[in-house]
Design a protein around this ligand. Structure first.
Ligand SMILES: C[S@@+](CC[C@H](N)C(=O)[O-])C[C@H]1O[C@@H](n2cnc3c(N)ncnc32)[C@H](O)[C@@H]1O
Length: 368
C-alpha cells in the first residue's frame, strides 16, 4: 500500500491481546465475502484477456493482511474461485502466487510461521511477504484483495488539529458527533488516500484485473454517530474529556488526539472512483449489518452496570480508569437508549460494505 505517515499495525504475537486472538469479528467479514468472491470471479474475470495467460502465475495480493489467520482464509477463497473459473473454460489452471502486504511494523514472523504451508496443509499457492509501501512493477496483479483495512486514514487531517480552523475538533476524538466541517475534513483525507491508493493499484494491475475491498461503511442517508463504532468513539472521547477535567490527563492531549478512520457511504466511494477514472465499480453492496453489539449490551446490562460500579469503587484511578469510565458511560448511554427508544435496538448499526473494482483496459490517461 502507499507511503503513509503513521503506522497502526495490529498487535503481534499470540498473546491474549494479539490480533491472532482478537479478530474473530474480522474473520466473520472474510467468511461473509466468500460467496461474493466466487460470484464476481465467475461473472467478471475475463480469462480470454491475454493478461490471464495461464502459462504465467496468477498473482494475488492481500493489502493489509495483518498477522493472520484471516488472510489465509481470504486467499484460499480467491484461489479456489479462480481455479473453478479455469475449470469452466476449460483450461489448465495456472500456478498461484500470493503477496501478503502490511505495514513494515506488522508482525510478519507470526504470519509466516502460521502460513498453511508450514502447518502441513497444501494451500495451492506460493507465498511472499511485502512489508510497507513498496510499489510493484506495472501489470503485476490479476486480483487484489483488502479486508477491513482501508477505513484507516494515512493521517489525521491537519485542519482538525488547527485551533484557527472551523474544523478544529475540540473535545472530540473523531468526527462522530462533531459538526460538518470536521466530517468534511475526514472525508477529504479519505478522498486523497483512496485516490492515491487507486492510482498506484491501477499501475500494478493488469487490464481487466479485479480488486475486492471490504470495509465498514454507513448506509446512504445514515449517520456515523448511529453506528456501534460511532458510539464507541463518542463515548471514549467523552471519557477522555472527563479525565482531563479530573486532572488525569490534559485537555491539550485530548484535543490533539483523533482516531484516523473514515467509514464511507457508498456514494463517497462512487465519487472517489469516478474522479479517479482508472477503475469501474462492478459490484457494491452490504455484506452484513451488525446488530449483535446492541443485543450484547442490553442482554448484559445489569451485569455490566454492576461490574462497572464495583470496579469504580474498588480500584483507584489507574490503568483501569479508562476501562471503568468507558463501561460506566456505556451503561449510562445504554440505559438512556433503553428508556427512551426501544426502536433503537432494532435499528441498523454498522454495515460491512463490499466493493469490486475492475481495472479499465484502456483509455485511462492518468494511469497509462
Ligand atoms: C483490522 S486489520 C485487518 C487484517 C486482515 N485483513 C483481516 O481481515 O483480518 C487492518 C490491517 O490493515 C493494515 N493497514 C492499514 N493501512 C495500511 C497501509 N496504508 N499500508 C499497509 N497496511 C495497512 C493494518 O496494519 C492492519 O494490519
Amino acid at each position: 500500500m502507499d507511503a503513509i505517515e503513521v503506522q497502526y499495525p495490529m498487535n503481534g504475537g499470540h498473546g491474549p491481546y494479539s490480533y491472532v486472538q482478537n479478530s474473530s469479528y474480522q474473520k466473520g467479514v472474510v467468511d461473509a465475502a466468500r460467496d461474493v468472491i466466487f460470484q464476481v470471479v465467475a461473472e467478471k474475470l475475463d480469462l480470454g484477456n491475454p493478461c490471464f495467460d495461464s502459462s504465467n502465475p496468477f498473482r494475488i495480493a492481500d493489502l493489509g493482511c495483518s498477522t493472520g489467520p484471516n488472510t489465509f482464509f481470504a486467499m484460499q477463497n480467491v484461489v479456489e474461485a479462480v481455479k473453478l473459473k479455469y475449470q469452466s473454460i476449460p483450461q489448465t489452471s495456472p500456478e498461484f502466487l500470493v503477496f501478503f502486504n502490511d505495514h513494515t511494523d506488522n508482525d510478519f514472523n507470526v504470519l509466516f510461521r502460521s502460513l498453511p504451508h508450514n502447518t502441513g496443509a497444501s494451500p495451492g499457492y506460493f507465498a511472499a511477504g511485502v512489508p510497507g509501501s513498496l510499489l510493484f512493477p506495472k501489470n503485476t496483479f490479476h486480483f487484489l484483495h483488502s479486508s477491513y483495512a482501508l477505513q484507516w486514514l494515512s493521517k489525521v487531517p491537519k485542519e482538525v488539529l488547527d485551533r484557527d480552523s472551523p474544523a478544529w475538533n475540540k473535545g472530540k476524538i473523531h468526527y462522530t458527533g462533531s459538526d460538518e466541517h470536521v466530517t468534511k475534513a475526514f472525508f477529504g483525507q479519505f478522498q486523497k488516500d483512496m485516490d492515491g491508493f487507486l492510482k498506484a493499484r491501477a499501475q500494478e494491475m493488469v487490464g481487466g484485473g479485479l480488486m475486492l475491498i471490504q470495509l465498514p461503511g454507513i448506509r446512504n442517508g445514515g449517520l456515523f454517530s448511529q453506528t456501534g463504532a460511532g458510539m464507541i468513539h463518542f463515548i471514549l472521547g467523552s471519557c477522555l474529556v472527563e479525565m482531563a477535567k479530573m486532572g488525569y490527563t490534559t485537555e491539550e492531549k485530548v484535543d490533539t488526539f483523533n482516531v484516523p478512520q473514515y467509514h464511507p457511504l457508498i456514494e463517497d466511494l462512487e465519487m472517489v472512483v469516478d474522479m479517479n477514472k482508472c477503475f469501474t465499480i462492478e459490484k457494491a453492496g452490504v455484506l452484513f449489518t451488525l446488530r449483535t453489539e446492541s443485543f450484547l449490551y442490553f442482554h448484559f446490562l445489569d451485569t455490566i452496570h454492576f461490574l462497572s460500579f464495583s470496579l469504580f469503587r474498588s480500584f483507584p484511578y489507574s490503568v483501569f480508569s479508562l476501562f471503568v469510565s468507558f463501561w460506566h458511560n456505556l451503561n449510562f448511554y445504554a440505559w438512556s437508549w433503553f428508556l427512551t427508544s426501544r426502536a433503537f435496538i432494532l435499528s441498523d448499526f454498522h454495515e460491512i460494505r463490499i466493493f469490486t473494482f475492475a481495472r479499465k483496459y484502456s483509455g485511462c490517461s492518468r494511469c497509462s
